[in-house]
Design a protein around this ligand. Structure first.
Ligand SMILES: [Zn+2]
Ligand SMILES: [Zn+2]
Length: 277
């Protein structure tokens, strides 16, 4: 039976799920998968979901597992799920790097497996890697209106594919401190409408509080709008080290409460369950 809440050390029920943690398979995360799970248990989480990278684009494939790694990755997560089933629910997912040229192939690969959740992410805008400081000169790219429009177009295109359950770090384009203008968020409103129409979940990704952006993804200013559109949220730390599991989740709960949310969403074999916050 699913544990959707856990009892924290002070005895209170609290919502504690982390649906976005990485593994060494992506070549830029540290620690063993068991260490991530053990950190999650120590922090009182009731669910942890591995959401490691699957990138088919040549530009990022050395920062990701390849298609041939997927079966073993899924097996490893399921095996750990069995071992830890009495202490925590361990979920299996992928963070798929969306690129228009490879989307069809990615969806075909996904069809062959039974994951709990599939996240979709934009990491590249044309040739610019917007998330890797090693690849973009520590965020030295200078986005202009056309760049932001292209980023939004890519999310729009991603939503045309039905294989994604969650949109990850919705405004990660601000990661290196280039905060988009208000016009970007005005245009984002049409994306939110499409997210609702396509019945997709958004992740509140707390890694942004540790990045130059110093803000969760998506920006707190659009959370109220998400609530008004009745778009569900899940939680993700985007941990690349075990100790980052569940980071800043108290802040995320506060932000979602302020926007009106009282539930978040978890997944099991792509079926959703609600968790009270
Ligand atoms: Zn990502
Ligand atoms: Zn990630």
């Amino acid at each position: 039976m699913d544990k959707t809440t856990a009892t924290s050390k002070n005895g209170t029920e609290k919502p504690v799920i982390d649906y976005h943690v990485h593994t060494r398979l992506c070549n830029h995360a540290h620690g063993t998968m068991e260490q991530y799970i053990q950190c999650a248990i120590e922090k009182g989480l009731s669910e942890i979901c591995f959401l490691d990278h699957l990138t088919l684009d040549e530009k990022g494939c050395d920062l990701s597992m390849g298609p041939d790694d997927v079966p073993l990755y899924l097996y490893a997560v399921r095996r750990l799920g069995d071992i830890y089933q009495d202490r925590i629910n361990v979920r299996a997912g992928l963070e798929v790097d969306f690129s228009p040229a490879h989307a069809e192939t990615a969806c075909k690969i996904l069809e062959r497996f039974s994951f709990d959740v599939i996240g979709g992410s934009i990491h590249f805008v044309d040739d610019a890697n917007i998330v890797s400081s090693k690849r973009n000169g520590n965020g030295s790219f200078q986005p202009d209106t056309a760049f932001y429009d292209r980023y939004l177009d890519l999310i729009d295109m991603m939503l045309d594919y039905s294989c994604f359950d969650v949109i990850c770090h919705l405004d990660v384009v601000k990661k290196f401190g280039n905060h988009p203008p208000n016009e970007f968020f005005d245009k984002m409103d049409a994306i939110l409408t499409k997210i609702k129409y396509k019945n997709v979940v958004i992740e509140i990704n707390t890694s942004g509080l540790s990045h130059p952006a110093n803000s969760v993804y998506p920006d707190p200013k659009i959370l109220k709008r998400c609530f008004e559109k009745n778009i569900p949220f899940t939680f993700g730390s985007d941990a690349h080290q075990p100790e980052q599991v569940g980071r800043n989740f108290k802040d995320a709960v506060t932000l979602l409460h302020e926007a009106g949310y009282r539930h978040i969403t978890g997944f099991s074999r792509q079926n959703r369950h609600e968790i009270a916050i």
